[in-house]
Write a protein that binds this ligand. Structure first.
Ligand SMILES: C[S@@+](CC[C@H](N)C(=O)[O-])C[C@H]1O[C@@H](n2cnc3c(N)ncnc32)[C@H](O)[C@@H]1O
Length: 273
């Protein structure tokens, strides 16, 4: 007998991204090819009766979620290869299988952080070799678990829009105060993209009302967090767009002609600290 999942709408967004990566893995030309995501989504559907179809995932959300995961994985892999003994912190990890995709070298310690009920789900569905941190990322206490003397790469995939007010900035400031050096990588949302997100059919289906973003990729340099912009990747211009299904590919190529419009879509921002 299936036991229904009880998650509030912000937590439930983890099923959107999981489902997007699962659908990508089943596409004729996958962008991320994460079969592990499909296996977890199938098990959840079976155990809980969760109807992923209610999320109304469109091809654009599937491809952009898979592509941003791929780009963020690249950041983590490069950092872990260049810094033996590094620390990886996945902020708002949801049920992402990033550790299994990246398989960091031994000596790298990986911390997956999300709300306690989400971490419970991780224990059940993803017995990876990571440190599970059951906490609200915006609270200061959990940072004590992070080693203070090792370079760190911080990833925030799909987290920024759901943190209220300036809590993302405060959280990043606390992290960069604690950690000696490293990188922060996230998928950025402009203010407009964050505002428009609540009208997206999949987000609307979950009843999310407000979201956060920032326009200028250099804005975080003024957060007193010691961040310096290292890279802004506009994903409309990524080579992987060649694998997008039509007519999405043609539309994406058109949007790619404009930097302003491309910024409203998926972009990866990477900072050093
Ligand atoms: C869109 S999902 C993305 C999940 C995951 N990064 C992925 O790509 O599948 C947003 C995640 O952020 C988590 N989250 C939102 N606010 C949080 C907070 N204050 N503390 C911890 N996790 C949070 C949610 O529980 C959810 O797992």
């Amino acid at each position: 007998m299936p036991v229904p999942l009880r998650l509030d709408p912000v937590r439930e967004t983890l099923l959107l991204t999981l489902s997007a990566r699962a659908l990508d893995s089943r596409a004729p030309a996958p962008i991320l090819g994460d079969a592990g995501a499909a296996a977890v989504a199938d098990r959840i559907a079976e155990d809980t009766g969760y109807d992923f179809r209610k999320l109304k995932l469109k091809p654009s959300l599937v491809t952009s979620t898979a592509l941003r995961a791929r780009k963020l994985d690249d950041v983590v892999r490069r950092f872990a290869a260049a810094h033996p003994g590094a620390v990886v912190v996945d902020l708002g990890c949801g049920l992402d299988t990033r550790w299994a995709r990246c398989r960091p070298p031994t000596g790298v310690d990986w911390y997956d952080v999300d709300f306690p009920d989400v971490i419970e789900l991780r224990r059940r569905y993803l017995p990876d070799r990571t440190h599970l941190v059951a906490a609200d990322v915006t609270e200061p206490g959990w940072l004590q678990v992070l080693p203070e003397d090792r370079p760190a790469v911080l990833v925030a995939d799909g987290l920024l829009p759901f943190l209220p007010g300036d809590s993302f900035r405060t959280t990043v400031r606390r992290l960069t105060e604690r950690l000696p050096s490293g990188e922060l990588a996230l998928n950025g949302y402009t203010r407009f993209a964050a505002w428009a997100m609540k009208y997206h059919p999949s987000v609307k289906a979950l009843g999310i009302a407000a979201a956060q973003g920032f326009d200028d990729p250099r804005e975080p340099e003024h957060w007193d967090a010691g961040l310096t912009l290292a890279e802004e990747q506009l994903l409309t211009r990524a080579p992987e767009v060649a694998a997008f299904p039509q007519p999405l590919r043609a539309l994406t190529r058109l949007v790619a002609l404009s930097t302003g419009l491309s910024r409203q879509g998926a972009r990866i921002l990477r900072y050093r600290f």
